[in-house]
Structures are given as C-alpha cells and as structure tokens.
Design a binder for this molecule. Structure first.
Ligand SMILES: N[C@@H](CCC(=O)N[C@@H](CS)C(=O)NCC(=O)O)C(=O)O
Length: 210
C-alpha cells in the first residue's frame, strides 16, 4: 500500500524523467503524475517554476518536500518503499557502494558525458571533480564487468538509473559502444517494469505529438 500522501511525479516523455517512471513501474506503486510538454515548453511556465525553479524534470513532491535530481529522486523513492527491496538499507554492506554509485552518476558520469559531447576544453584532471572522461568511462565499465548489476548480484534502483541513462547515451553515441555497456543496458531495460514504462511513455509522447 502507498504511504499517504501520494507522491506527485512531474514527468515529460522522452526525457531524463523516463528513468523515474521506470522506477515507479519496478516498484509497482501508485502515484499522481503531472505531465509536462518539453516541446511546447510547459516546464518553463510560472506555475511549474513555482514548484521547481530549475524548470527541469524529473521532480517529485511528497508532502511539503520537493525532490529534484535523478539520483536523489530515485534514492528517495527506493527508500520510501523499503519492502520492495530496491535500496540496500542502512547497515547493509551494500549501502555505501549504492550511495557511491548513485552520487557518481550526478557528480561524475553525467557531467563527464555532457562536457565530452559538447567538446568542451577539458580542465586539468586534478581540478575536475570527475577527473577526465576516459577515466570515468573506464571505472564504470570495470564496475559493470563484475556484473550482472552495478552492485554485483543485487538489482537496485541504481540499475534503473544507469540502465536507462546508458541506453540514451549509447543511442546518441555519447559513450563508447562497449559490449559491457550494451549487455548491461539490454539486461536492465528488458525487465518487465521498465518495458511497461517504455510502452506508457511511447503512448504519452504520441499523445503530445497529436
Ligand atoms: N540535473 C537534473 C537534470 C534534469 C534535466 O536536464 N532534465 C531535462 C529533461 S532531459 C529538462 O527538464 N529540460 C527542460 C529544460 O531545461 O527546459 C537531473 O539529474 O534530474
């Protein structure tokens, strides 16, 4: 049963909030969804900026709390439903590695990928929070080689984040087309919940096209 009050999820199809939708499906919980249209720019309307001044998705609201940034949103949701087993709890030896990889996504992987794709002049590795792009990609690939999931045998919300993000990164050729990335994306995104989220998102995107 969902805790009260329901979580409100601010979502736009074909965007970074797709991973959060996939996590909701993997958790199998109810929520209220508020849909934004990135093509017409409703995320920049005053009404939404009053909720999330960044004008970005995903965002969730739970009671008076606003949570933004994919890793924080996913950690919050996975902790909110501990019975679903998608977050190693405090005291679990995997809790530290789980937090590490969740934060690595936002502080290392995504900035490295975006800086690299924009061909930004790299700052010296010692001054960069993520070092350099090649190092980030190598460290992630080495971790996934140990598989089958980011934390080994245990599937967690971190895999929903990385599986969905790497799928986009491969599609847009933002990361090297390594067999380890391909196999991991296939393993994670073929899960029932994520497939269901994909189908719902395609229908939502089509309705916005219309
Ligand atoms: N740091 C944010 C980034 C979210 C983000 O960039 N979302 C994009 C969608 S892919 C967005 O909302 N863009 C709309 C805009 O900037 O107007 C996170 O990790 O959640």
């Amino acid at each position: 049963m969902s805790p009260t009050p329901y979580v409100t999820f601010f979502h736009a199809p074909h965007s970074r909030s797709g991973g959060t939708r996939a996590l909701f499906e993997e958790l199998g919980v109810d929520y209220d969804m508020h849909v934004l249209n990135l093509k017409t720019g409703t995320q920049r309307d005053a009404e939404y900026l009053a909720i999330n001044p960044m004008g970005k998705v995903p965002a969730i609201r739970h009671g008076d709390a606003l949570i933004t940034e994919q890793p924080a949103v996913m950690m919050y949701l996975a902790d909110l439903y501990p019975e679903k087993g998608l977050a190693p709890p405090l005291g679990d030896p995997l809790r530290g590695p789980y937090l590490r990889w969740m934060v690595f996504y936002g502080s290392c992987l995504e900035p490295a990928v975006m800086d690299h794709s924009a061909k930004r002049e790299p700052v010296p590795a010692m001054q960069s929070g993520y070092g350099d792009y090649d190092c980030v990609i190598r460290v992630l690939a080495e971790q996934l080689e140990q598989g089958p999931y980011l934390l080994g045998e245990r599937f967690t919300a971190a895999d929903v984040l990385y599986g969905c993000a790497l799928r986009w990164f491969l599609m847009w050729k933002l990361v090297p087309d390594l067999p380890v990335f391909r196999a991991y994306v296939e393993r994670v995104t073929s899960r029932e919940g994520i497939q269901r989220a994909d189908r719902k998102d395609e229908a939502l995107a089509a309705s916005q096209e219309g």
